[in-house]
Design a protein around this ligand. Structure first.
Ligand code: MSP
Length: 716
């Protein structure tokens, strides 16, 4: 709630996250980026409301719960807790958190539709819908019953044929185009805005905003056979999260204060919902529109979007915890935040790599800021009795390196950094701040305070150098705080400064009355970013990731496990071939046609019987091969994407000598769906295909089906 009504308000939101699985680094990216903006705006003097939350309805939740044999509520409660724990771990400073299964949210959604009917009686109507719907992206893919794949995730869309409530989106085309014209910054970056405009210019179709065949949703007022289309429900959370729809005095005041949102931030794949549907829904209800939609790119993992369905996810918790444990200091959160924002240009796609993260940490945080702070404070401790010395700015002569150095910490540098933050230019802001750190390092090297300390006649010079260096640390600490909140608070404390960095005004960092006061007692200097060993860190991260995967919390019809490195052999050596698991020699046997066979335990002896319970532990499912390609440098391996009904799995199979990739697309296969994943040739394999081989030439023959059968069906 508003801490100070005299301040200007600023309201920003993340998308609310699908509660069908746990978060990955890609999900954390949006939340971290918004957190930096929230912290930055507070440091500019705004009263910030920052909302995040959970998107907990829809058919994907229904199915994921069913698959796990638990209720929908249990599933979303469980995942919500994992998200909230992660936001705590990452120091996310959200002021509000909304869950779409909460009663207050449901009331708000129903209120918005009632209001729409009052304000625009023609906007909502009922008619039969027949078309294809993607349950993973909650997207109406096509208005025809013909089979179609989702343009976002590539999976086959499901047939929907039912009577629905529709929103007359077609009536809002001109109004939307007018909105875009009046607000040239309504969507950023520009190139995304152009895509939005072209989409609207090409004509808008009315959209269905209710579903009848789904139960897990918010009931339509006066017609509870229908539940709200999950995107109508989810978008409205931006209002219900700050009190819309509540009768309570406090909620109403809060909504009045913070709405409309200043920024809705999100990944590029969901702009259309925010920049087209959402403003149209609000226009129809006579509600003020959000001011800006900001879209970022994707985090890629090995050149593909990091996503649950592709099974190429990295989790944030192991990274943060491994850094904390190995350094014995709370550095993991800053390390991850810094890396994500420094390495990618916001708005564009960026690659995620653990190796690069560790390298950045050691180079920029440990050797960069950490080293500057600890050597400066240690010198103040050793040469000045732990007291900030006099600045000696009154009388020269001033060396050129001093004037250059002071010049770098100028109003111009400050404005460049503030402007970068203002437009989500995180990488640019960081780059400029780290240039200042480099200039402070250079200054110390040139002035050599450690040498000055041995010449008593040059005491004033020594003090001038150390004061300037300490002052530069104060400056940098404030500017870098939104990105690395933990370490900057520690440095602030060590500088002997009162209060917190978070409470400083970032735009007033150069004001004369905010400079370090000579005579201030610093506190004991301690390294804020201890160096980390790359090999140790990678091993620790991988071990923790495996724990997550084995705990089952990455399941959902969702996050796929990332495999451990194969223990022996390689695709080229033939170790990954299907023939690795023949049955008793000379006998035809069904076998697992994937590199994952490498670590399969030895088959039981031919005459050992297993119980039906043992067999039931193996989850066999029908899969349809969506794509197949060779794996570079491994002549027996093919990389397949296999649709198993509620997700698409990446499987590496040792069948390249028996099948051409093109032969396999569309083929029905049997997949062992609950096998622990493996990593082969640096790539994930999440499951095994069954194949038979007769031992003669060892060539695998894939198990398939003669009759029609849906992907995902159980084989038993
Ligand atoms: N529930 C909807 C949003 C409703 S908002 C009214 C949704 N949820 S999501 O969990 O799939 O995605 C949430 C956010 O995470 C989106 O901004 C999405 O772009 C972001 N990311 C998910 N994977 C990502 C990457 N690999 N990289 C960067 N961001 C990604 O969509």
């Amino acid at each position: 709630m508003a801490e100070d009504q005299t301040k200007r308000k600023f309201y920003l939101t993340t998308p609310i996250y699908y509660a069908n699985s746990r978060p990955h680094v890609g999900s954390a990216y949006t939340t971290i980026a918004c957190d930096v903006i929230a912290r930055y705006k507070r440091m500019c003097g705004y009263d910030v409301a920052y909302l995040t939350g959970m998107d907990e309805h829809g058919v994907n939740i229904e199915r994921a719960a069913e698959k796990q044999g638990i209720s929908e509520q249990e599933l979303v409660d469980r995942n919500c807790k994992i998200f909230q724990d992660l936001w705590t771990l990452l120091g996310i400073s959200n002021t509000h958190f909304i869950r779409t299964t909460s009663g207050k949210h449901a009331r708000g959604v129903q209120e918005l539709i009632r209001r729409t009917r009052r304000v625009s009686p023609d906007a909502i109507f009922k008619r039969k819908y027949e078309g294809r719907y993607c349950i993973y992206d909650n997207l109406y893919v096509s208005d025809s019953p013909e089979p179609a794949n989702c343009p976002t995730c590539g999976r086959p869309a499901e047939l929907v044929s039912e009577e629905n409530y529709f929103f007359r989106l077609s009536a809002y085309q001109e109004k939307l185009l007018d909105l875009y014209k009046q607000n040239p910054q309504f969507v950023v970056p520009d190139f995304r805005f152009n895509e939005v405009k072209s989409f609207v210019e090409s004509g808008l179709k009315d959209i269905s905003i209710s579903r009848k065949s789904i139960k897990w949703g918010i009931p339509w007022p006066d017609d509870p056979e229908h539940v709200f289309y999950v995107w109508y429900d989810a978008l409205t959370s931006y209002m219900t999260g700050i009190g819309f729809g509540s009768a309570g005095e406090k909620d109403r005041a809060e909504f009045a204060r913070y709405w409309p949102a200043d920024i809705h931030a999100m990944g590029k794949e969901i702009i259309r919902f925010h920049a087209v549907y959402w403003p149209a829904f609000l226009m129809a209800a006579g509600v003020q529109l959000p001011k800006q939609i900001v879209a970022h790119g994707w985090l890629l993992f090995e050149q593909e979007k990091m996503s649950k369905s592709k099974g190429n996810v990295a989790y944030p918790e192991p990274i943060v915890k491994a850094f904390d444990e190995l350094t014995g200091a709370k550095v993991g959160n800053d390390a991850l935040r810094y890396y994500l924002l420094r390495e990618t240009v916001f708005g564009q796609d960026g690659n995620f790599s653990r190796e690069a993260l560790i390298a950045r940490y050691n180079a920029d945080l440990a050797n960069g800021l950490g080293n500057l702070a600890s050597r400066t404070l240690t010198m103040i401790s050793n040469y000045c009795g732990g007291v900030i010395p006099d600045a000696h700015t009154g009388a020269g002569p001033f060396s050129k390196s001093y004037t250059d150095f002071i010049g770098a910490f100028s109003e111009v540098s400050l404005q460049i950094i503030l402007e970068a933050y203002d437009v989500f230019g995180f990488a640019g802001a960081i780059l400029s701040i780290w240039e200042l750190i480099a200039s402070a390092d250079r200054y110390l090297v040139l002035e050599k305070p450690w040498a000055l300390a041995s010449e008593s006649a040059r005491r004033d010079e020594l003090e001038r150098v150390l004061y300037a260096a300490a002052e530069s640390i104060r400056f940098v600490t404030i500017l870098a705080h939104p990105v690395i909140p933990d370490a900057t608070e520690k440095i602030w404390h060590q500088l002997g400064l009162p209060g917190s960095v978070a409470s400083q005004r970032i735009d007033r960092v150069l004001d004369a009355d905010r400079k370090l006061l000579p005579g201030t007692h610093i506190r004991k200097p301690e390294g804020v970013f201890p160096r980390i060993d790359k090999k140790e860190a990678l091993e620790r991260i991988e071990a923790m990731e495996n724990e997550i995967r084995n705990s089952g919390s990455s399941r959902s019809g969702a996050a796929q496990p990332r495999a451990t490195e194969a223990t022996s052999g390689s695709g080229t050596s033939g170790a990954a071939a299907t023939a690795a698991q023949p049955g008793t020699s000379g006998q035809a046997a069904a076998t697992a046609a994937t590199g994952a066979t490498l670590a399969t335990p030895p088959a039981p002896a031919a005459n050992t019987k297993i119980s039906i319970e043992d067999f039931a532990k193996i989850e066999l499912r029908v899969g349809v091969v969506k794509s197949a390609e060779k794996v570079q440098g491994a002549d027996k391996l093919l990389k397949l994407l296999v649709d198993i009904g509620d997700e698409v799995r990446q499987v590496l199979a040792g069948i390249a000598l028996a099948y051409q990739p093109e032969q396999l697309v569309g083929r029905k296969v049997v997949i062992v769906a609950n096998l622990a994943p493996r990593k082969l040739r640096g790539q994930e394999s999440n499951g095994m295909l069954l194949a038979a081989s007769d031992g003669a030439d060892g060539k695998p023959v894939l198990c398939t089906f003669a009759e029609d059968i849906m992907p995902g069906a159980k084989v038993k």
